[in-house]
Design a protein around this ligand. Structure first.
Ligand code: SF4
Length: 406
């Protein structure tokens, strides 16, 4: 009988007011269970994060990053944090330095995003992707992810972290994101400027663009919420003239490409040397690339660790679904910021309630499981749970009434 992968879970809720049962202690326990002993002495270990941009403040706290770094160092290996060059260049402004995190922070594809190697994919018109040279050089990788929503895929989880973040900028922006336009959903030959402008005006989300100079009409799927479960205003305005449609396949293209590109990254590693940690804290509607503060739309949940990338994102989504949206916050978000489905059908994931039913965040996991990248079934094992720790004898606790470090 094949065993389902284990996903270790540390809840943000401690059983008592002590550091020994806090989220850091749970992270330490999860790292112990993941077993970093498979990392060899002198291995170069990439800790792939998204450090965020500009004034974003909801990325992962350096305290947790340092715990991971210290655990890697104990194996005798050399950890380093890596992300896109702009995020690395700005990292110190948001608290990530070699001093706070405990290891160097280096750009994933060189200072100009050009240190890459070709990965052949042949998928949806894309022949190859420019894979990060730094990840390609690494012996082991810890995918350290801040879990949040995402405008294209619903979820920004472990997949998104490497499927998009593991490549140079030209690949990220000119090969991975544009696959949403690969499957045609209207007849370009029938577009007239007047009709295009009619469609642009019909969209309440500014998701349709008419380029007067190039005479091109396009959809920005990141913004489109598919008018949620109601009538599509753009399809109504078109009235069949150019055959404009809003299709599930359009949104699935990005999700399938994420499975393809993530596989290209993971295939360069020995599977024993891949580890995943997902933090479900500060769960915002959009990804950290936006570079500004956002409302947290789901209560803080905790941390997950696994050796299976599919299982960890599946468990993250399931726990978010179990928790549900923080409606006292969500109900205050103005429509100009994002339209929320106010009367969602049963069964929609919270991220579909935010981003629309066609941005089903589980789709990437279907495509990945089909490619043998992991399992959608998993065993959730909670560490240092409230039930286990609330009645433990924690000993006495003394407040810091004077300096205790000397
Ligand atoms: S489905 Fe709605 S949100 Fe999406 S492009 Fe059409 S009108 Fe805009």
């Amino acid at each position: 009988m094949t065993q389902v992968p284990k996903v270790y879970f540390g809840s943000v809720i401690p059983g008592f007011q002590r550091d020994s049962v806090s989220l850091t202690a749970k992270l330490d326990k999860i790292i112990e269970l993941l077993d970093f002993s498979k990392i060899d002495k002198r291995d170069k270990v990439a800790i792939k994060m998204h450090l965020g941009l500009n004034v974003g403040y909801q990325t992962l706290h350096p305290l947790f990053v340092r715990r991971v770094v210290e655990a890697v160092k104990k194996t005798g290996a050399y950890p380093f944090i890596t992300d896109n060059p702009t995020a690395v260049y700005q990292a110190a402004a948001r608290g990530y330095t070699a001093e706070t995190c405990g290891c160097p922070i280096i750009p994933i594809a060189g200072i100009k995003d050009r240190y890459t190697v070709k990965a052949k994919v042949d998928f949806m018109g894309v022949e190859d992707l420019d894979l990060s040279g730094v990840l390609n050089d690494s012996d082991a990788m810890i995918v350290l992810t801040h879990v949040k929503g995402h405008g294209n895929s619903g979820l920004g989880g472990a997949f998104k972290n490497i499927a998009v973040g593991g490549f140079g900028a030209p690949t990220r922006w000119h090969k991975i994101h544009p696959v949403v336009h690969y499957r045609k959903f209207f007849d370009e030959a029938k577009v007239t400027p007047d009709h295009a402008k009619k469609l642009v005006a019909a969209c309440p989300r500014d998701a349709i663009e008419w380029n007067e100079k190039k005479k091109t009409l396009s959809l920005e799927p990141y913004v489109c919420d598919q008018c949620h479960e109601g009538e599509k205003a753009c399809v109504k305005a078109d009235a069949g003239k150019i055959g404009w449609q809003i299709r599930q396949e359009t949104f699935d293209s990005f999700q399938e490409m994420m499975a393809v590109s993530a596989k290209a990254v993971l295939d360069t590693f020995n599977k024993d040397k891949l580890f995943y940690l997902n933090f479900m804290l500060n769960i915002t509607p959009f990804c950290d690339c936006t570079g500004f503060g956002m409302p947290n739309i789901v209560p803080d949940i905790g941390v997950l660790g696994s050796k299976d990338i599919v299982a960890i994102d599946q468990a993250s989504l399931d726990l978010i679904a179990r928790e549900g949206l923080e409606m006292s916050t969500v109900s205050k978000i103005p429509e100009r910021y994002t339209r929320i489905n106010k009367k969602p059908s049963k069964g929609l994931h919270p991220f579909q309630v935010i981003h629309g039913p066609m941005k089903n965040p589980y789709r990437v996991l279907d495509f990945a499981a089909q490619r043998g990248m992991g399992s959608r079934e998993y065993e959730l094992i909670e560490v240092l749970s409230v039930a286990e720790t609330q009645n433990m004898d924690m000993g006495s606790f003394a407040m810091e009434s004077g300096p205790t470090f000397f």
